[in-house]
Design a protein around this ligand. Sequence first.
Ligand SMILES: C[S@@+](CC[C@H](N)C(=O)[O-])C[C@H]1O[C@@H](n2cnc3c(N)ncnc32)[C@H](O)[C@@H]1O
Length: 305
Amino acid sequence: MFYHEPIMPERILDILDIKKDGIYFDGTLGGGGHSLGILKAGGQIIATDLDADAIAYSSERFKNEGYCGRYTLIKGNFKNATAYLDELGIDKLDGALLDLGVSSHQLDTPERGFSYRYDAPLDMRMNKNQCLTGENVINDYEPAKLIKILYEYGEESHAKRIVQKIVEERQKERITTTGRLSRIIEECMPHIRGSHPAKQTFQAIRIEVNGELDGLAEAVTSITRRLKTGARICVLSFHSLEDRIIKEALRAMSTNCLCDKSIPVCVCNHKAEIKLIKTEKKADSIELLTNPRSKSAMLRAAEKI
Ligand SMILES: C[S@@+](CC[C@H](N)C(=O)[O-])C[C@H]1O[C@@H](n2cnc3c(N)ncnc32)[C@H](O)[C@@H]1O
């Protein structure tokens, strides 16, 4: 079964510079493509994923590849990485990776409700045990909150018009499927060309349902602080909002002073903890052709000092 094609796998392995028996944290396991590369290069893996499917698929995959005893897979949020590492008695890491967002498996499994391409229940949960679903967000949120979500998380400039139509429709009957939501958006934006008119709304709702941006900067900071000196972190993001958070978090850690520019002498005494690694941020032309998902990928990397 195809699960997910890892993005920029060679470049990421190159940057992480895998050491034999080194311990690497993969916060977003998915189909285990990146982690398998690390295992093959001699590293050991501690990985998290919110999705039970990812844990089941990758654990079977790693076992079949003969890596038993070399990996620990945790169904959980990478935002709790520090607690998991403490529980496992692991102080410092030899490297870390976050490949944010959703996997192809999640997008391409109709009943998960992530995609406007299929008609399915409006679910969108990475963690199937959580309560909040896309249906709750679309039907139960106040219009003003919904507009803000579409505008901020989807960068949808037609947020107001879309939400007005959603509110009209949900008053008639609860919106419970991706198909109906997608048709509502298409009807109110008939002249939009290029990508599907529902694309940004679906992205926004998914980010809200899974709390994707909540605590992201803090998570990147705390995982980076668990790196050994000279060890590296790679982060792949897929939209500008996410990338801005990563860029800011890493910039703050790589700066010697965070005082306001108007203050002539440093009073914060902040010391740089990392150095940023210069790398090609976008996928190369061959990957762009062979893996359409790589188009929006943005890679950032840093090294603990
Ligand atoms: C882009 S996929 C990762 C693909 C993976 N690198 C591979 O090579 O197959 C992202 C995965 O991260 C998971 N995920 C997203 N946010 C998460 C979080 N905060 N904590 C744990 N897992 C998360 C998703 O469920 C999804 O399986």
